[in-house]
Ligand binder design. Structure first.
Ligand code: GDP
Length: 327
């Protein structure tokens, strides 16, 4: 594959080149990894700085309906929108949350939109790395907004928040007046909580739920990256396309405030460091998975079991034998 040509085509905003490049970064083959790394390096700083929006919510809250309506609203304003997904469940179910052709049908036909299904991977770490690289490729290809969707499973919200400028939590109206068991950690990550389905019979329940979350958000410790009034809970109807323009207004207001106050750049710098550490961790873990490493570890594990070697000493010996530290 001609990487220089691929790079030029991405910069010319050719969607097929972008799709091919994402396939390249998703490949686990060593030669593809090397090409992907070269491509990403040559694209660094190119293109435009897009707004990266993370979106989380449990299945059925209306994520795809929201992304489609919201995405269509943005493309109607002349903005180019890319949609990516981090789906830790896809390996198990054998299909991805964005794989279903019926999802986001209108948006997928929009020439200003680009939708990419979640890569199927067994490890969240693998999906996360590839999605983050896909974000960089979309940015180089001149997308104004990159939406990164995830289902609320395990660590996937953290991973998505670490590659987003803004993080949205989508909720459905609750039946009673209890909070929907949303983990505090996830609430703390949210910049906007959107209570969807605020229409028809569900409208009053949605408004109550929204009021509950507004109250809960006020109880959270104030974050330095928030202006007055944020994080905020709002009601929307993705189906009836209500509240989407207000949502976009709030996002823009928050973004400009953060840019002016320097928080935007700080967050991106922190995220770059996070991913550097994560890559390092993954690379070290991969070193432990080779056949040689497995046999070294297995032999030392025997010594530890028999009491011939202490665990710490065995770990140090293993690192030295694998050339990770000096003997
Ligand atoms: P996802 O699993 O989070 O992607 O949820 P979907 O977008 O597939 O929506 C799940 C169901 O909720 C579908 O039947 C949608 O039609 C419905 N839904 C989504 N948004 C709304 C909304 O704003 N109002 C109402 N009443 N239903 C909605």
């Amino acid at each position: 594959m001609d990487i220089a040509e691929l790079r030029d085509k991405i910069l010319k905003q050719e969607r097929r080149a972008l799709a091919r490049a994402i396939t390249l970064v998703e490949s686990a083959r060593a030669d593809h990894r090397a090409q992907a790394s070269g491509l990403l390096d040559s694209l660094r700083g190119a293109g435009r700085q897009s707004l990266r929006i993370g979106l989380s919510g449990t299945p059925g809250v209306g994520k795809s309906t929201f992304i489609e309506s919201f995405g269509m609203m943005l493309t109607a304003q002349g903005l180019r929108v890319a949609v990516l997904a981090v789906d830790p469940s896809s390996a198990r179910s054998g299909g991805s949350i964005l794989g279903d052709k019926t999802r986001m049908e209108r948006l997928s036909r929009d020439p200003n939109a680009f939708i990419r299904p979640s890569p199927s991977q067994t490890h969240l770490g693998g999906v996360a790395r590839r999605t983050r690289e896909a974000v960089a490729l979309c940015e180089a290809a001149g997308f104004d907004v990159v939406l990164i969707e995830t289902v609320g499973v395990g660590q996937s919200e953290t991973v998505v928040a670490e590659m987003s400028d803004l993080f949205l939590l989508l909720l459905a109206p609750a039946g009673g007046d209890e909070l929907q068991g949303v983990k505090r950690g996830i609430m703390e990550m949210a910049d906007l909580i959107l209570v969807n389905k605020a229409d028809g019979d569900l409208k009053s329940a949605a408004m109550r739920t929204c009021a509950d979350y507004s109250g809960a958000l006020r109880l959270l410790r104030k974050r330095p990256q928030d202006p007055e009034g944020f994080p905020k809970a709002m009601t929307v109807s993705a189906l009836q396309e209500n509240g989407l323009d207000q949502t976009w207004e709030e996002m823009r207001a928050l973004t400009s405030w953060r840019k002016e106050a320097g928080h935007w750049a700080t967050r991106r710098a922190d995220q770059a460091q996070y991913w550097f550490r994560e890559e390092l961790r993954q690379a070290l873990l991969a070193r432990l998975q080779t056949a040689e490493a497995r046999s070294v570890v297995a032999a030392l594990a025997q010594d530890v079991a028999s009491g011939a070697t202490a665990p710490l000493a065995a770990a140090e010996t293993a690192l030295a034998k694998l050339g990770i530290t000096n003997p």
